[in-house]
Design a protein around this ligand. Structure first.
Ligand code: ADP
Ligand code: MG
Length: 533
C-alpha cells in the first residue's frame, strides 16, 4: 500500500505511522525532497501551500533521530498556529519511534515551556522571538542541533524575523544540515541561503500546475461599499461547506465577521490581536463546521492546514501575487476541487492583471447572482430543511394543529402560512441592492481629463493622493485612472467633479502645472456600463 514511501528506505516504525495517517504515496515535493534530505544535503524547497512540505522535511528528521535529552532538530516557523501544527504532525509521524516534539511560541506561559524543555526534547518547533528568549535564559541549548529547518521562510522575512533567524542560526553547529522551505523565493531568501547553507539543492514544484488544475478562479467587479452584500449573495447561492474570507486589515476582518453574524451567518474571525485561546477555539470550530465562514488576515491564516475549504474569498484583493497564490492554495487541497473568488474594485484592475501575469494563471470574470437567484437558492434551502424535518419525524408534534386547522383551511394554505412565519427572508425586496444604492448622487462617475501623464513622472498613487488631498475626498471614492504619456483620465463621482476640478485645476503635480476639465464622452461600452451600474 505504501509502496512508494517504501522506496525511500524508511524504518518500519515510520512507514507504519504514515500509513496510519492515511498517507499512501508521497506528494511531488516529498518525492524529490525526501531522498536528498535523507542524504544529508542542504535543501531549498519551493512548493505552494498544502503540498505536504511538513512531511517533506519531517520524515527525514524523524528517520535521523534517537530519543535523547537535547534537541537534535530545530524548526523555525512564522506563527504560533503553524508551530503547533507542525509539532502535531511530527508527533504523529514519530509516534512509533518515541521521539518528542514540542512547540515553543510566544503567548504561552514560558514556565510551562521551560518545564517541557527540562524533561528532554528531541525536536523543537518554534517562532523565532520565543526561541531567542529561551536561548537568552539558557533554557534551550542548541549545541546538539544537527538539522535546522526554516519553514515558510518568506513569511518569516515579511514579519521581520530576519535578525532573529540569523542570531539563532549562529547558535547552532556549523556542520548542521539546513533546509529552507518557502512558497516564494524573493532575493533576501536566496541571500540567507547563500550565507547559511552549503551548496543547497533546489527542489521545486511548479505552483502554476497546482493552482490551475483543481481550483476554479473567478473575480467579481464590486465597489467597496457593495462588497458585503456581494459576499452574502455568493454565500447564499454557492452554499460553501467552509469558506475562508481574506481581508487586508484586522479592523476589516472584525467588521466583516460581525456584519455576517448580524445577518445570521455562522462566521468567525481570526487575526493577530486575538488571544491564543480565542484563535485555537475558532480553528476548532471551523474544522468541525460549527462556523462555516472564517474571516482572516493573511498572516493569521498562513500555513494553517484547514481541510475541506470549499471557497476562498479575497474580500480585499491580495497586495501581491505571492499572497494570491497562498490564499488560493487554502482550497483545493489534497486533490479536492475548490473555488477562489476575488473582489475587484474598478481601481484594482491593474492589480488583478499583475496577479494573473505573475501567478501565471487565469482569473475569469463572473457575474454576481441576481436577486432572483438568491431567492431561488433560499427557497431550495428551505425546502431541503422541510424534507429533512419530515424524514426525521421532527414535525410530528405539530400534526394535531394541522388537523384542527384543516377543518377551516386547505392544507396548501396552512403549509404556506406556516412557511411565511418561519422565513422572513423570502421577500425579494429585503435583498440588498448592489450598485444601485445612492446611484443618483454618489455612484455615478464622470471622467476628467488631466494634462499630466507618465512623461511627467506621475504615477497612479500620485494622482489619487493629490485629488484626495486637494479636494478633501476619500481616495477610495476615486474611480478608474488611466495614465497616458502626456495626459490622463480620472473617474470621480459626478457630485464631486466640480470640487475636484476647482481644487486641482492650475495646481502643481510633481512640479508640473495641471489643467483639468471634464473629458469628452466616449463610446466605450464597458466603461459606460460600469459607470452607470
Ligand atoms: P504545506 O506545508 O506544504 O502547506 P502541509 O505539510 O501542511 O502542507 O500538508 C497539507 C496536508 O496534506 C496535511 O493535512 C498533511 O497531513 C497532508 N499530507 C501531507 N503529505 C501527504 C501525503 N503524502 N499523503 C496524504 N496527505 C498528505
Ligand atoms: Mg507548511
Amino acid at each position: 500500500m505504501y509502496k512508494r514511501f517504501y522506496n525511500f528506505n524508511l524504518s518500519d516504525e515510520t512507514l507504519q505511522a504514515l500509513s496510519e495517517m492515511g498517507f499512501e504515496s508521497p506528494t511531488p515535493i516529498q518525492e524529490i525532497a525526501i531522498p536528498k534530505a535523507m542524504e544529508g544535503l542542504d535543501i531549498i524547497g519551493q512548493a505552494q501551500t498544502g503540498t505536504g512540505k511538513t512531511a517533506a522535511f519531517g520524515i527525514p528528521i524523524i528517520e535521523k533521530g534517537k530519543r535523547g535529552r537535547r534537541p537534535y532538530a530545530l524548526i523555525l516557523a512564522p506563527t504560533r498556529e503553524l508551530a503547533v501544527q507542525v509539532a502535531q504532525e511530527l508527533n504523529r509521524m514519530a509516534r512509533n519511534k518515541g521521539l518528542m516534539t514540542v512547540p515553543i511560541y510566544g503567548g504561552q506561559s514560558i514556565d510551562r515551556q521551560i518545564r517541557a524543555l527540562k524533561k528532554g526534547v528531541d525536536i523543537v518547533v518554534g517562532t523565532p522571538g520565543r526561541i531567542i528568549d529561551h536561548i537568552k535564559r539558557k533554557t534551550l541549548v542548541l549545541k546538539d542541533v544537527r538539522i535546522v529547518v526554516l519553514d515558510e521562510a518568506d513569511e518569516m522575512l515579511n514579519m521581520g524575523f530576519i535578525d532573529d533567524i540569523e542570531q539563532i542560526l549562529k547558535q547552532t553547529p556549523n556542520d548542521r544540515q539546513t533546509m529552507l522551505f518557502s512558497a516564494t523565493m524573493p532575493q533576501e531568501i536566496l541571500r540567507i541561503a547563500k550565507r547559511y547553507m552549503k551548496n543547497p539543492e533546489k527542489v521545486a514544484v511548479d505552483a502554476k500546475d497546482i493552482v490551475v488544475s483543481k481550483i476554479k478562479q473567478v473575480f467579481y467587479e464590486v465597489r467597496e461599499e457593495d462588497k458585503i452584500h456581494a459576499l452574502t449573495r455568493l454565500l447564499d447561492v454557492e452554499d460553501p461547506s467552509l469558506a475562508l474570507v481574506f481581508c487586508h486589515t484586522k479592523r476589516e476582518v472584525d467588521a466583516v465577521a460581525s456584519k455576517l453574524q448580524q445577518m445570521g451567518y455562522y462566521a468567525g474571525a481570526i487575526h493577530g490581536d486575538y488571544t491564543q485561546a480565542h484563535r485555537d477555539e475558532m480553528m476548532e470550530k471551523f474544522k468541525k463546521g460549527d462556523i462555516e465562514i472564517l474571516v482572516a488576515t493573511d498572516v493569521a491564516a498562513r500555513g494553517l492546514d484547514i481541510p475541506d475549504v470549499s471557497h476562498v474569498v479575497n474580500y480585499s484583493i491580495p497586495q501581491n501575487p505571492d499572497s494570491y497564490v497562498h490564499r488560493v492554495g487554502r482550497t483545493g487541497r489534497a486533490g479536492k476541487s475548490g473555488i477562489a473568488i476575488t473582489f475587484v474594485t474598478p481601481r484594482e484592475f491593474r492589480q488583478l492583471k499583475l496577479i494573473e501575469r505573475s501567478a501565471k494563471t487565469r482569473i475569469k470574470k463572473a457575474k454576481l447572482p441576481t436577486k432572483d437567484e438568491v431567492l431561488e437558492a433560499r427557497r431550495q434551502d428551505l425546502m431541503e430543511e422541510l424534507r429533512y424535518q419530515i424524514e426525521e419525524g421532527a414535525h410530528e408534534s405539530y400534526l394535531s394543529m394541522v388537523d384542527a386547522l384543516s377543518e377551516e383551511h386547505s392544507l396548501r394554505d396552512i403549509a404556506a402560512a406556516a412557511l411565511s412565519l418561519v422565513s422572513a427572508d423570502m421577500d425579494i425586496d429585503e435583498i440588498e441592492e448592489i450598485g444601485a444604492k445612492d446611484a443618483a448622487v454618489s455612484d455615478h462617475y464622470v471622467r476628467l481629463f488631466m494634462t499630466v501623464g507618465r512623461k511627467d513622472g506621475v504615477k497612479v498613487p500620485d494622482i489619487v493622493k493629490s485629488i484626495a488631498n486637494a479636494a478633501d475626498i476619500p481616495g477610495r471614492k476615486i474611480g478608474r485612472i488611466s495614465l497616458h504619456d502626456s495626459f490622463s483620465f480620472v473617474e470621480v463621482p459626478q457630485n464631486l467633479a466640480e470640487k475636484v476640478i476647482t481644487a486641482i485645476n492650475d495646481s502643481f503635480l510633481n512640479g508640473r502645472k495641471v489643467k483639468v476639465q471634464p473629458a469628452k464622452p466616449r463610446r466605450d461600452k464597458a466603461y459606460s456600463q460600469r459607470a452607470s451600474a
